[in-house]
Design a protein around this ligand. Sequence first.
Ligand code: F0G
Length: 408
Amino acid sequence: MDYEFECIGCHNHFLNIETAYVCSSCGDLLEVTYDPDELREAVDVSIWKSKAPSVWKYQELLPIKRASVKVSLGEGGTTLHRTKRLGDLFGLRELSVKNEGENPTGSFKDRGMTVGVSRAVEVNAKRVICASTGNTSASLAAYAAKAGLESIVIIPRGKIALGKLTQAIAHGARVIEIEGYFDDALRAVLGLVKSDPTLYMLNSVNPYRIEGQKTLAFEIWDQLGGGVPDSVIVPVGNAGNISAIWKGFQELDRIGVISRLPRMIGIQAQGASPISDAFKAGRSHIIPVQHPDTIATAIKIGSPASWRKALMAVKSSGGMMETVTDDEILESQKLLAGLEGLFSEPASAASVAGLKKLVDSGAIGVDEEVTCVVTGHGLKDPDIVLKSFNKSTIAKCDLQSIKLVLNS
Ligand code: F0G
């Protein structure tokens, strides 16, 4: 379908942006827009019913025109788990968890990357680049490998989980570790792509990424049998994902298949919470955190690029932002793993930690239907589990010794 770009700041429209990622008038972020009448005409929900779950099931709502450029590893179609044991523990009527760890590289980033790398192929890019706290780099490296593109990832040295670094290396990315934080790495990438248009940038500032990620909302709606939860809770780092999910629900609304929208609730780690701080203080802008600090390395971000989009999503949906401590995150990671069999990385469990806090404070009612997005797989960051969970016990390999341990 035809599409344009709209600046979220000055609302200027652009027909084509090629390798410009931000508004050429005011520098703010861009968003893909579709004509609402064309949207309604293009989408036939009955056709969706016959298609297998996948990001590309919703192809009419994605800005890739030529099927031949599609680069896919089988992303999307992740399970929406009915998490009764966890819901009962929190006293909630209906709780579900969208487990994005089931994606090909183990995180929700694959939804955006399949569209982003397809777009890179569409514009004949040969080299793709991103800054990352880990998952974006793993995803970019995998999709670039599939497409036969060179990938370059810039990461903050010593601040990303081992599994993610391993993935980027395994898929053949050029890994550059910098001193500093994710925010410094992103600034470097934005500087590099400005001076070298042969580099195609695939951070979530790139609006094509957001288009892929919005399919998470379509799937929740699909998996609830055409329903919408009262609240959707999302861990927030650079703030692309919460904005994308909100865009997805808004598009469902525009094409007339839903009659109400969920509240969007964003959760940040206490040591890296500029958007939550702004929301709570009633400020319309963030104050960047200079030295973000949390064990949830994926969301250890002090100056999120999409903060304005996230604040808009939260405010216009009647939602909220909340912070959680590292201890609360680890506790929720244990609950997900121990009660539901869902192994998540710490950042991913922030949504569940936020849910608990908000139910306890009464901000979320016990009769609400809630969906928590769990963004990435636990195997990405095994170190944190070995450090914080109960460990194994050593025993001699004879029955008596093992029984002694069992009964102790
Ligand atoms: N959860 C996980 C597991 C993530 O990897 C990220 C972001 C988020 C949540 C937050 O999503 O940035 O869209 O608000 N990871 C990025 C990366 C920053 O580089 O992998 P967001």
